[in-house]
Design a protein around this ligand. Structure first.
Ligand code: T4K
Length: 409
């Protein structure tokens, strides 16, 4: 039953009312640095006349990140996807690697780009992360590794994954793109496994325009990555190439953004937390919409993802219909992550039928949506969005008819 404090006086935009917002509300709207701080760093960059190639700002950012995340090495990279490719390669992955299908497609693409076959694995209902009980049966004599994704910042069951990997002699790399500053078991989520990658894309909690990092406590791996990401140059004077490397370097302008944004992260986590509470409150008492609280395994979190699942049968509208209702209100909810990677053309063509074996991924990817948060959103806006969702449920019949009329359903 949909009940609670409902503002029925409003007409939903999809039913002819005025949209909630005049401007589109995005998921992933970048948060901003203090401009004076950023501009000062840019001035420094110009007076240094040093723009890239492990410059002074990148070095400072690296040190600050290592301190902040309490990790030994946090190597800045040009983006999260290249960080994944470097990490997979440094881990010695080849043949087949087990990876969840419920992730941004880059997690899988980066394997394919290294000519490694991604073997898609199902996830846990509770937190969207790799289901360790499904891993074992996917291991073959060609398997060399397991990739866990801390989806929406929720930590994977790293102990079970480590146990399985240990028994089979497999490497473990974590995609921690969503987990910046999240902590579990008294440590940074990005310090789990032999290596983790981070994404600092503009839409991420901590952003450097484009950027990423590889985190490891292993000195040898760190050395290897530094070689790989800089064309394999080993000699001081670049007169010695020890490896067929690529260019994975972060630029100074991105590091300037990172240094300025690092000053904001505590404030932004608090903004996200308050927005999350507002959504939770607004959606309370709608059992058909589950606002998914970050994993209880977390002791610190960035609250970057407001994730809700829609139970179509009892709510009366599918997730896709609800996304359309919100779009009409100028709220651009995102279907992260729909469809699962195994359903994308390149993968279902290569691995036909693999989708039938991922029931949780398939079900959740049809139900999930992410709602806007960050400093562009206020708690009042979050409550208004929550109220519109509530209203859509009450008016489900009319909404379905309107969508049908508009040729949508
Ligand atoms: N692993 C995982 C688990 C990831 O989620 C990602 C990236 C990666 C690896 C790879 O890391 P990177 O190589 O990207 O560093 C976005 C991001 O582009 C992507 O970084 C992110 N995951 C993914 C979850 O989301 P899209 O295609 O949804 O982005 P886009 O361009 O539609 O932007 C989202 C919304 O943000 C838009 O509605 C508009 C708004 N926006 C975006 C940008 C770039 C702005 O308002 N301003 C902006 O500057 O993939």
């Amino acid at each position: 039953m949909i009940g609670g404090r409902l503002r029925l006086s409003r007409t939903l935009a999809i039913l002819g009312g005025k949209p909630l917002f005049d401007e589109p509300m995005h998921v992933g709207r970048p948060n901003l640095p203090d401009r004076r701080h950023f501009d000062k760093l840019v001035d420094t960059m110009f007076s240094n006349r040093w723009f890239t190639n492990y410059g002074p700002l990148v070095k400072i950012l690296q040190a600050r990140l290592e301190e902040r995340l309490r990790v030994k090495h946090c190597i800045p990279i040009c983006n999260g996807t290249v960080a994944l490719e470097l990490a997979y390669r440094a881990a010695g992955f080849h043949g087949e690697v087990i990876v969840p299908a419920f992730t941004f497609v880059a997690t899988a693409h980066a394997l394919e780009w290294q000519r490694i076959k991604p073997v898609f694995c199902d996830i846990r209902e509770s937190d969207f992360t790799l289901d360790p009980s499904c891993v074992e049966e996917l291991i073959t004599d060609r398997t060399t590794g397991i990739v866990g994704v801390h989806v929406f910042g929720n930590p994977c069951d790293h102990r079970s994954i480590a146990e399985t990997a240990g028994r089979h002699g497999l490497g473990v790399v974590y995609d921690a793109a969503h987990a910046f500053m999240n902590e579990t078991d008294g440590m940074s989520v990005c310090s789990l496994g032999s290596m983790s990658i981070l994404s600092f894309h503009a839409t991420k909690f901590f952003n450097t325009f484009e950027g990423g990092a590889i985190v490891t406590d292993d000195d040898d791996l760190a050395e290897k990555i530094r070689l790989m990401m800089n064309f394999g140059f080993a000699g001081r004077e670049k007169d010695r190439v020890d490896y067929i490397g690529i260019n994975g370097k972060m630029t100074e302008i991105c590091a300037a953004m990172g240094l300025a944004m690092l000053e904001q992260v505590d404030r932004l986590a608090e903004i996200n937390r308050i927005n999350f509470e507002a959504y939770l409150e607004a959606l309370e008492g709608i059992p058909e919409i589950a606002c998914r609280t970050p994993s209880p395994a977390l002791s610190a979190r960035n609250w970057q993802y407001v994730v809700a699942t829609v139970d179509e049968e009892s709510f009366g509208l599918s997730r896709d219909s609800l996304v359309e209702v919100l779009e009409a209100e100028n709220v651009l909810a995102r279907k992260y992550f729909y469809p699962g990677c195994h359903r994308h053309e390149p993968y279902c063509r290569t691995f036909p039928g693999s989708g039938r074996e991922l029931p949780v991924t398939d079900r959740l990817s049809e139900m999930v949506m992410c709602l806007p948060t960050g400093e562009a959103v206020t708690p009042a806006m979050a409550r208004m969005i929550g109220d519109s969702i509530r209203l859509a449920g009450v008016r489900a019949g009319e909404v379905r008819a309107a969508l049908k009329e508009g040729g949508h359903a």
